[in-house]
Design a protein around this ligand. Structure first.
Ligand SMILES: Cc1cc2nc3c(=O)[nH]c(=O)nc-3n(C[C@H](O)[C@H](O)[C@H](O)COP(=O)(O)O)c2cc1C
Length: 345
């Protein structure tokens, strides 16, 4: 295998990945990001237990469309056998391009059963899980890790080497520890160290908010590919802008307000069609609306309205009203959502 070959066919030299994000990178958003220049997408993390028991809610989140390919399905769990069975099911029924193992999730209810970043406390277990999954599937197995469980156990290079040794074909590093959750800065120098130490492709992830950040990460770390999570919220066009910047081409400008609303509505219609419970879909979609409205003049007022919608029709009405009477949306108050976002993530 040539150094850094991706484990599935992929055209661009520096591919851009939409990160796995629970409750965000669902099929409609994945399709939208692919259309706006993401080269590869990954599902949100799905429980191996849920998959092997064929839990309806879990299985429904495995569905994807041909236009989303290349796609990875991400699974989590600390029981090697359950992880293997889940991988075999995903392979037989869904045939994604790769299966990604989540060793990064910091959420309490996941780590208390040693899932996600909980596995990082025991690198023997990490390897057992990777080997069990690799044995159970013919697809490439990839991993997404944090830099360690805690500051004392922070050692991304050792963790990454152990993953490679167990058979991981690509690795994404989010260079924070579990105990940091989302605080502090992602330590990009750890991405550089891991890229240097490994033979397999390494995706850099963490704190890319603009196309310029992505270019800087690539330049500073030499990472093989780039994975964007929160930077895609309400701006799927970040991928096309980053691609242009990477290739030294003119960078498409940010969309106008009209274009932004058009894209938001396209996304909302996809979400509406995807979810059988339409009211539920609209309520679920409120967070995306908030992100699309972020930074617009009068966004506090606009977001307040958008955060109360219960149907797609209401969204159309609010956008139309804003475009016709934008002057009524004066910024009379601080926008609390902006601070909330980072805290929630
Ligand atoms: C809402 C949300 C949900 C997430 N869900 C997942 C997940 O299901 N699997 C995973 O590996 N990482 C998940 N992450 C972590 C991201 O993939 C990414 O590693 C992290 O946000 C850092 O990248 P960023 O700075 O570009 O956001 C999630 C992050 C957010 C904000």
């Amino acid at each position: 295998m040539p150094r850094r070959a991706f484990p599935f066919p992929l055209a661009p030299e520096v591919p851009l990945y939409l990160a796995p994000m629970a409750g965000v990178s669902e099929s409609p958003f994945r399709r939208l990001c692919r259309a706006h220049g993401a080269d590869v997408v990954v599902t949100e993390f799905l429980s191996a237990e849920g998959i092997r028991r064929e839990n309806e809610a879990t299985i429904s989140k495995l569905r994807f469309e041909a236009s989303e390919r290349p796609i990875g399905v991400q699974i989590f769990g600390a029981d090697p056998q359950a992880m293997g069975e889940a991988a075999a099911f995903v392979t037989d029924v869904f045939q994604p391009e790769f299966i990604d193992i989540n060793f990064g999730c910091p959420v309490k209810k996941v780590v208390k059963r040693n899932g996600g970043s909980g596995c990082l406390k025991d690198l023997g277990l990490v390897q057992e899980v990777i080997r069990a999954v690799a044995r159970a599937t013919s697809l490439p197995v990839t991993v997404k890790i944090r830099s360690g469980w805690s500051e004392e156990m922070r050692d991304p290079v050792t963790i990454a080497l152990r993953c490679q040794d167990a058979g991981a074909r690509m690795l994404t590093l989010h260079p924070r520890t579990r105990s940091q959750m989302y605080s502090g800065n992602a330590r990009w120098e750890e991405i550089a160290a891991v890229t240097q130490a490994l033979d397999i492709p390494v995706l850099g992830n963490g704190d890319i908010k603009t196309p310029a950040d992505a270019i800087r990460m690539h330049r500073e770390t030499g990472c093989t590919g780039i994975m964007i999570a929160r930077g895609s919220f309400g701006q799927p066009w970040i991928f096309a802008q980053t691609r242009a910047m990477l290739e030294g081409k003119p960078v498409p400008p940010d969309p106008t307000v009209e274009e932004r609303f058009r894209i938001a509505l396209e996304h909302a219609r996809m979400a509406d069609a995807y979810e059988p419970d339409r009211r539920g879909a609209a309520i679920e979609f409120r967070k995306h609306l908030g992100w699309y409205a972020k930074g617009l003049p009068g966004s506090a007022e606009l977001r307040k309205k958008l955060h109360a919608v219960t149907s797609l029709g209401e969204v159309e009405g609010i956008f139309a009203d804003y475009l016709a009477h934008g002057e009524r949306y004066a910024d009379t108050q601080r926008d609390p959502e902006r601070d909330l976002e980072v805290a929630e993530a």
